[in-house]
Ligand binder design. Structure first.
Ligand code: SAH
Length: 401
């Protein structure tokens, strides 16, 4: 263990654990800090996700009422899994794993450091080998968490197979450039979906990811129900309950479809069908762009999200205002259409002089009888069931205020 000394590795406090992790400054280049440059990965920017994940797992434990057997197949320092062990109630057992030997040794040290030897078992193998081994009746986990850097695609098949009936699959994606249409071909290769770079690409990306999880699960006769999903900064995260059953798989496939988007006027049409049809924009008489296949169903369940918020609020040592705002936006928008607009986009596209305030706009839409909300996807974004022409009319009214 010569590599591990006070300088290259330091003690890090996060939530209720203390871990030995990389001293990121020692692995920086000209002042730039990239967590993946360290020999073992630790990203402080993901703390909020780990906080939220703890609340999601707590809400899930409450939902199923069972003691949890959890597998975090890509653990790095182990911080996530160790926090689950300490901070989620009713955890029976946690399996941590990393293919990198330095990470494996570090996880073992961190297990000891936090007095968790009874609850945690550490593996040193390929995540797919581990997950495939546990993918049998009687061995499966209540929760499988796939939190890689980059795409979760290489691990999804075995992760789904390793979750027991009614268990929870947690997935992170940080390959946002393909998912959000910057690298269209990479999105097609990895997710078998067509994405575009536009104002609401954050939501397109999240829905392509969920759609891909649903299609992968369907191959094994498994259906999924997203309980909670979100986008933040450089990552997307999906928490889906899996249910074994061919009919359930068919049901979740029926939530997949396409969006048709007119780049000229901003019109969006939802096509809830496994096969897309070409759509012509009735106003511009131009062929619309097709996005998908993607998940068109709900990205979370209202009651479940409320529970997540309750857990977040009661945990005084993790509670942050920005976290609470994020969670309340996710709740607010959950029943609205599967896309959003931004005030800057409409202002630009329709040459308005003034960009209206979001709150005035949402209020006006509601006063006119439409559904409307802010969205966690973008600070300038709003969701509504009003058509693009109704939105433009309301923008006109707001110019004179
Ligand atoms: N979940 C961690 C971050 C994990 S980073 C956290 O919350 O902090 C991804 C980790 O996956 C890295 O440590 C890397 O070594 C490991 N990894 C990459 N490919 C793997 C594979 N095929 N099997 C197991 N571990 C792998």
């Amino acid at each position: 263990m010569r590599m591990i000394n006070d300088d290259l590795f330091i003690e890090i406090n996060e939530g209720n654990v203390v871990i030995l992790g990389p001293n990121l400054e020692r692995f920086s280049d000209s002042g730039r800090i990239e967590p993946c440059w360290a020999p073992v990965f630790y990203n402080p920017a993901m703390k909020m996700d780990r906080d939220i994940s703890i609340c999601v797992l707590s809400a899930f434990q409450k939902l199923i009422g069972k003691r949890l057997k959890i597998c975090e197949a890509l653990s790095a320092t182990g911080v996530r899994g160790l926090r689950y062990a300490k901070e989620v109630g009713n955890v029976e057992k946690i399996f941590l794993n990393d293919v990198n030997s330095l990470a494996y040794n570090l996880i073992k040290i961190n297990v000891l450091k936090n007095g968790l030897s009874e609850k945690v078992t550490v593996f040193h193998t390929d995540a797919n080998v581990l997950l495939a081994y546990f993918a049998r009746r009687g061995r499966r986990f209540n929760v499988v968490d796939i939190d890689p850097f980059g795409s979760p695609v290489p691990f999804l098949d075995n992760a789904i197979r390793a979750v027991e009936n009614k268990g929870l699959l947690c997935v992170t994606a940080t390959d946002l450039a393909p998912l959000m249409g910057v690298y269209k071909k990479a999105c097609l290769r990895k997710y078998g979906a067509y994405s575009i770079k536009t104002e609401f690409s954050q939501e397109i990306g999240l829905r392509i990811l969920i759609g891909y999880i649903a299609r992968t699960a369907a191959k094994y006769g498994v259906g999924i129900t997203p309980l909670f999903s979100y986008y933040r900064r450089h990552y997307m995260r999906v928490f889906a309950q899996v249910r074994i059953g061919k009919k359930l798989a068919d049901k979740s496939l029926s939530e997949i479809g396409y969006l048709a988007f007119c780049p000229k006027c901003g019109r969006i049409i939802v096509q809830k069908s496994m096969f897309f049809k070409k759509d012509i924009c009735e106003k511009c008489e131009k062929e619309m762009e097709i996005i998908g296949p993607l998940w068109l169903g709900k990205t979370g369940i209202r009651e479940f999200i409320k529970d997540v918020i309750n857990f977040y609020q009661t945990r005084k040592n993790i509670l942050e205002k920005k976290g609470l705002i994020l969670l309340s936006r996710i709740l607010e928008e959950i029943e609205l259409p599967p896309y959003f607009y931004t005030t800057s986009y409409i202002t630009r596209k329709y040459n308005f002089k003034r960009e209206p305030s979001l709150s005035a706009l949402v209020n006006k839409l509601k006063m006119r009888g439409f559904k409307a909300s802010l969205t966690h996807f973008s600070s300038k974004g709003f969701k509504t069931n009003a058509s693009i022409s109704d939105i433009v009319e309301i923008f006109k009214l707001l110019q004179n205020i």
